[in-house]
Ligand binder design. Structure first.
Ligand SMILES: [Zn+2]
Length: 488
């Protein structure tokens, strides 16, 4: 057996067993719970044993996980990965700014190579952050050539991905019916293994003639789940849910993204048909889809998964998603109680629950929980070791679930394993060509900026600021406060 040291950073090879030693193991398997001083043995691409001081095969590589937390790979059920090419561009946007940018003005300028660039960077970023499975809600696919580029990028990165095929500039009842799409599924998805799945991605407008019916029928024919932005303030609402339900298209495989501004009736329909939600709290908070709804969803027992939505605002960091979701859920419980002149004395949402949503919750939403989502013998080995001996934040670890949510961050992701393959070790990605991603994205930025023109580029990144009106103040404001108000 060889213990891995920093000087010897690539002892990992296909087929060689790996054992994580002496971790706090958060199995997220209800029958195993948390194991302190735990070991996890991986042989081939599966979890072979979970316990303490495991006997392992000769030649196993040992990863010293002492002082760390080993958890299942995280699952992001909703990201527009192509938009990572313009990382951070929309930091000050609202959803209106976003729609104007992509839907009305500039979505059409992106080429297949731009989709490739965004996806490549996004996919690398995901595995670096311990997100071993990502749904690429890819709604920039103007033609099948774009979809080929998207998949080329996903296949270049050793993560697990689900291509949620979409086209924001086309009508879903048209593009889902093209022979090119059927051919694409045969060429790129069917028989390509379980590291690449597929869904159909489109929204339901609520138009009473229900034009999306044909797209749902196509999904049924292809046997693909549908993922849809539902309950987005000003965009999709209860009418869409009702039409889907009345036509029999709400199924356990359907994913409702945001599900923020919906009525009790819609939540009841989702609960009754077994669908899953994808909650992107940083997105809902910032963009305005509605308040992150987890506090409502528990009243209907609707399952939750987590997501980061788009890197045009945020990153692929599910630590942020867990933290934001716990914050939002507790904040509204307190505020609602205060309105009734009451005090919340017991928290509903627990750290353990959001860690479960970020892992098993995502796997269940994608119908992949037989294979991933928990550290269970027999499951595929998608694992994340959170360990950072250089960090003052990594000790003491007293409440491991809380530590993941409120203390640790992506900088503490030490080792990432996908399908039994170590893709990151000792804080460094292995066999990842970051230079290629950097060059591809630089070209896309240069191209988009030239297409838009300097003025439009700057204006789009810096939308006009909403004005603040100072309240009357009987004590009079200081001169400084008045001057700041003038500048604003
Ligand atoms: Zn979205």
């Amino acid at each position: 057996m060889s213990q891995v040291s920093a000087a010897n950073s690539s002892p990992f090879s296909p087929g060689r067993p790996v054992v994580f030693r002496n971790a706090i193991v958060l199995t997220i398997d209800p029958s195993l719970g948390m194991i302190e001083g735990g070991d996890v043995l991986v042989t081939a691409n599966r979890i072979a044993a979970v316990g303490r001081q495991l006997a392992v095969p000769d030649g196993s590589v040992e990863i010293d996980a002492a002082g760390g937390i080993l958890m299942p790979g995280m699952v992001d059920t909703h990201r527009h990965m192509w938009q990572t090419a313009l990382r951070g561009f929309g930091a000050d946007w609202t959803l209106t700014n976003y729609f104007q940018f992509y839907y009305l003005n500039w979505g059409k300028i992106f080429r297949p190579e731009d989709i490739y660039a965004g996806n490549l960077l996004s996919a690398i970023e995901a595995i670096d952050a311990g997100v071993t499975t990502s749904v690429d809600w890819s709604h920039g696919l103007q033609t099948v050539e774009y979809a080929d580029a998207a998949v080329d990028a996903l296949e270049a990165v050793p993560g697990r991905f689900v291509l949620a095929y979409g086209n924001l500039l086309g009508a879903p009842w048209e593009w889902t019916k093209t022979p090119e799409l059927a051919d694409f599924i045969k060429r790129r998805i069917d028989g390509h293994g379980d590291r690449l799945g597929m869904q159909l991605a489109f929204d339901v407008t609520g138009d009473p003639t229900f034009p999306e019916k044909a797209a749902f029928e196509a999904a049924r024919e292809f046997n693909l789940p549908v993922t849809t932005h539902a309950g987005v303030w000003g965009a999709t609402n209860d009418n869409g849910i009702r039409l889907m339900h009345e036509h029999g298209f709400m199924t356990p495989s359907t994913i409702y993204v945001h599900a923020a501004t919906l009525s009790e009736d819609s939540y009841q329909r989702i609960a009754a048909t077994g669908g899953h939600t994808s909650i992107s709290t940083e997105s809902e908070d910032n963009a305005g889809q509605g308040y992150s709804p987890t506090w409502q969803l528990r009243r209907y027992n609707i399952p939750v998964s987590l997501s980061m939505d788009t890197s045009v605002w945020w990153s692929a960091d599910l630590f942020s998603a867990m933290r934001a979701t716990l914050n939002a859920d507790r904040a509204i419980e307190h505020l609602e109680a205060h309105k009734r002149n009451e005090t919340v004395t017991l928290s509903h949402l627990r750290a353990e629950q959001v860690v479960t949503w970020a892992t098993l919750g995502g796997a269940e939403a994608l119908g992949m929980d037989r294979d991933i989502g928990s550290i269970t013998v027999g499951k595929k080995a998608d694992l994340v070791l959170i360990k950072n001996d250089q960090s003052p934040v990594m000790f003491p670890i007293l409440h491991p679930y809380g530590h993941i949510v409120f203390q640790a961050g992506r900088g503490d992701v030490h080792t990432v394993m996908v399908d039994g393959n170590v893709v990151k070790y000792d804080h460094r990605l292995l066999n990842i060509d970051l230079t290629r991603a950097r060059q591809a994205v630089a070209k896309t930025v240069e191209y988009a900026r030239a297409q838009m023109g300097e003025q439009a580029w700057i204006a789009a990144m810096n939308p006009e600021k909403a004005a603040v009106e100072l309240r009357e103040n009987p004590y009079t404001y200081t001169d400084k406060a008045r001057a700041q108000q003038k500048d604003a």
